[in-house]
Design a protein around this ligand. Structure first.
Ligand SMILES: NC(=O)C1=CN([C@@H]2O[C@H](COP(=O)(O)OP(=O)(O)OC[C@H]3O[C@@H](n4cnc5c(N)ncnc54)[C@H](OP(=O)(O)O)[C@@H]3O)[C@@H](O)[C@H]2O)C=CC1
Ligand SMILES: O=C(O)C1=N[C@H](C(=O)O)C[C@H](O)C1
Length: 269
């Protein structure tokens, strides 16, 4: 069977390392190059040796274009700034761009939309099957309940995470808002502190916990007088994200240009 060539951006990161393991274990894909920032210790090395093992023949480069031109799919869990820069190059190369990076601004997303006119982008704040199913369930529950049920999204992550609310929490909030037929921007309440006043009816609240090595935990709470429904996802292994990303890279092959989500990849759209 033919395998597709993958470039992993940000190879030494928590997700970069996980993606390398997942691609190396796959019989449907192989690594062609990986990137790191200019000045990083690994740049100029063989990836296998950088990881402390045998030579792999896969170079670690600091020029994203050098990696992208070799690849049929680029998997990118880096930073918003880097991801937008990569998207422009990936669109020129007409490669599939799988984006897991979170913390994107509206301007970043508009830039990705422009790139998606030329190439297939699959982007999701969470690439796991379980979370994407939870997104669908959240929308259904929100649609079935009225505003007597207050919706709160609570998330927990490791101490190194730099953005809040998490990309997943925002996906869940969007799904709840969609189920209710409102725009999240109109009802979003994040970062409560001090004398906040009473909760506004219909708001969707967000709380973020940061600590230790928590991989990712999300609760969607529907709280009414006398009862509460809690929908929960617990991630215990980053492989759930990298397996989803590889699935998206394969799904995107030969796909028309567009800005797709994991819901399409998983058949949940
Ligand atoms: N959608 C999903 O399913 C998931 C999404 N994520 C998201 O993925 C992103 C990364 O998470 P995580 O792996 O934990 O973070 P890390 O900080 O561990 O990894 C990010 C890596 O990207 C590198 N990087 C940054 N800019 C560049 C650049 N210009 N060129 C090459 N490499 C670059 C970083 O290098 P340096 O350290 O030098 O800055 C680092 O090695 C986050 O936005 C996170 O929220 C995480 C898990 C699942
Ligand atoms: O930064 C992380 O680690 C994670 N980020 C994603 C998010 O922002 O939701 C997905 C997952 O929860 C892990």
């Amino acid at each position: 069977m033919d395998t597709i060539g993958i470039a992993v951006m940000g190879a030494s990161g928590r997700m970069g390392r996980m993606l390398i393991e997942t691609v190396n274990a796959s019989d449907r894909a192989h690594l062609v190059a990986v990137t790191e920032r200019p000045g990083h210790d690994w740049v100029g090395s063989d990836l296998g040796e950088a990881l402390g093992g045998a030579a792999s023949g896969v170079p670690v480069v600091d020029d994203p274009l050098e990696a992208i031109v070799k690849a049929q799919a680029v998997i990118d869990f880096t930073s918003p700034e880097a991801t937008v820069a990569h998207a422009k190059l990936t669109a020129q190369a007409r490669a599939v761009h799988v984006i897991g990076t979170t913390g994107m601004s509206d301007a970043d997303i508009a830039a990705l939309d422009a790139c998606a006119r030329h190439a297939c982008i699959v982007r999701a704040g969470n690439m796991s099957l379980g979370v994407n199913l939870l997104v669908r369930l959240t929308q259904q529950v929100a649609a079935a309940l009225d505003e007597d049920f207050d919706i709160e999204v609570v998330e927990a992550h490791h101490r190194h995470k730099v953005d809040a609310p998490s990309g997943t929490a925002l996906m869940l909030g969007e799904a709840a808002a969609h189920g209710r037929g409102v725009a999240l921007a109109d009802v979003k309440d994040s970062g409560r502190d001090g004398i906040t006043g009473e909760r506004r009816r219909g708001d969707i609240g967000f709380s973020a916990i940061r600590g230790g090595d928590v991989v990712g935990e999300h609760d969607v709470i529907f709280a009414a007088d006398g009862e509460r429904i809690v929908l929960r996802h617990l991630a215990t292994d980053r492989a759930i994200f990298s397996r989803g990303a590889l699935k998206a890279a394969l799904w995107g092959q030969g796909r028309a240009p567009g800005h797709y989500s994991m819901m399409s990849v998983l058949g949940l759209a």
